[in-house]
Each structure stands twice: as C-alpha cells, then as structure tokens.
Design a protein around this ligand. Structure first.
Ligand code: SF4
Length: 265
C-alpha cells in the first residue's frame, strides 16, 4: 500500500497509514491512545512490509532463533528424570520451585518410586516427607499420588501423550502438559513459564498479557524448524541472561535484535 503523504511500504491499520494515526492528538475519540502510540511507534520504526503491530517482524524472530540455535544446538532442560512418568512428576513438583530444589528431592524419591505403582505403595505421607523442601509440598504430594492412581486406572500405568488427556490428571495444567509433550514425546510445544513470559514481552517476540497469549503468539511466530527447542532456548536465556531483576544485555547474543526499550548495552 502507498500513503500519499508518507510514501510506499509504511505500516497500515486497515487503510489508514499509521503515521497519520500516530500524528493524531491524544484525547476522547482519538485512535491514538498512549498504549496505541507505544505499540504503533514500534511498527513505524520498522517500515518493512512485515511490520507486525506490537510484536517483532518475522525476519528478526527467525534471526533470534538462529542465534540461539547456533549457540546451543541441542539445549537440555535442567530437571532430572528417567522416564515419562518421572518427568511428569518432576514437572508437577516444579511449579513455583526451582529445578535445583526439585532435583534434590526427586533423586531419593525416584530411587524408591519410579513408577505409578511404586509411588502409590510409598504412600502420600512418605511422599510428602520426601518432598517437604519444595514449596506447596502438601498439595503436591496429594497430586503425585492422585495422578499415579489415575494413570493406572485410566491409562494402563503409562503417561498419555495428548494435552487434553494430560490436563485431566491432578496437578497437571497446560504448562506441565506442554513440557511433558515436548521433552518426553518430542512435540513442538512451548510451555510458557515466568521466564518465557518475561522474554516474550521484553523482546517483543511474543508480547501478551497472559501466558496463554504468549504461548499462542510464539506458536505462530517461531519458525517451524526451531519450534522443538524454542522452549528450552527461551527458558535458559531467561534464567541466565535475561534475568527478571537485571537482564545482562551486554552479554546477550540477541541484544541487537531485542526490542526491549530499557535494554542496557
Ligand atoms: S537485550 Fe537484554 S532485555 Fe533483550 S533479550 Fe537480551 S538480556 Fe533480555
């Protein structure tokens, strides 16, 4: 499209050139609310036809994942597990807890119980005692026993592979289901935890108000060839570089691509 005043290749909303929208005064009835201006100012700075209002354009997103891939072609998660079942338990225990704290508890736990049958035989009180260093351990112990029972009753003692089935298990939400599907079954799912939520918004790769918003945007934005490992790349980058309180932008390998306004180089 071409704007008579501003020329070819500018970003448009409907048929209105965004430079015109942006030039409107703020006020009642104006399209140019403050949030609107912030979002569209980003699009205007990038006059490419791919300008994607509020989020990054696809070429930049592909370049980010290419760099993350080149730096770590086979990223690994940091939770210890030995089977889909122990992975499911470990991920369920990791809600609002660090992977390190979960690994400390699951080492001895999985040595005694690495199947649903053995976990049930161990019993809720013993499981509770073995995971008491992890936050919310009472509820988590209950869920570990509950999901073990359900696996035996409804799935022949094996971990189901679909999100719908996984989400029927006690203590298993969308995030846990996505992690299990990705790591245990090789599905290209992206589980949005606190790190990925922060990174999606800061970089503008996938801005969203809720984890589900960010997940759905990542699903659309991440090139197919990078989807399998996107989850781990983003988590590790958020955990060690793009940290919550003080992102280490100077050491960040995508700092020239990131659109975080407050990045410090
Ligand atoms: S440049 Fe800074 S804010 Fe952007 S991804 Fe890197 S560490 Fe995070």
């Amino acid at each position: 499209m071409r704007c008579q005043a501003h020329g070819e290749g500018r970003a448009f909303i409907g048929r209105v050139c965004l430079r015109h929208v942006y030039a409107q005064p703020l006020g009642a009835g104006s399209l140019a609310t403050h949030a609107f201006r912030v979002h569209y100012a980003t699009a205007l700075r990038d006059p490419s036809p791919q300008a994607n209002f509020g989020s990054m354009n696809r070429q930049k997103i592909a370049a980010i994942f290419q760099r993350l891939h080149d730096a770590d072609p086979e990223p690994q998660g940091e939770l210890d597990y030995i089977s889909p079942y122990t992975l499911l338990v470990a991920v369920a225990l990791s809600a609002q807890a660090t992977d390190v704290s979960v690994n400390k508890a699951t080492g001895p736990l999985f040595a005694l119980a690495d199947t649903p049958e053995k976990m049930i035989a161990l019993g809720e009180a013993r499981v509770r005692d073995m995971i008491k260093t992890i936050g919310l351990y009472r509820n988590k112990a209950k869920n570990v026993i509950g999901l073990s029972e359900q696996l035996i009753e409804r799935f022949g003692g094996t971990v189901p592979q679909t999100r719908d089935e996984l989400e029927t298990l006690p203590g298993v939400g969308r995030k846990t289901a996505n992690v299990v599907m990705n790591i245990a079954f090789g599905e290209p799912t992206i589980a949005v935890d606190t790190h990925i939520f922060r990174l999606g918004n800061r970089t503008r790769v996938a801005p969203g108000k809720t984890p589900l918003d960010v997940e759905l945007k990542l699903e659309k934005a991440v090139p197919t060839k990078f989807k399998q490992h996107a989850h781990h790349w983003l988590i590790l980058h958020g955990r060690y570089i793009c940290k919550a309180r003080k992102p280490d932008c100077a050491a960040c390998i995508i700092n020239d691509l990131c659109e975080f306004k407050a990045k410090e180089l």
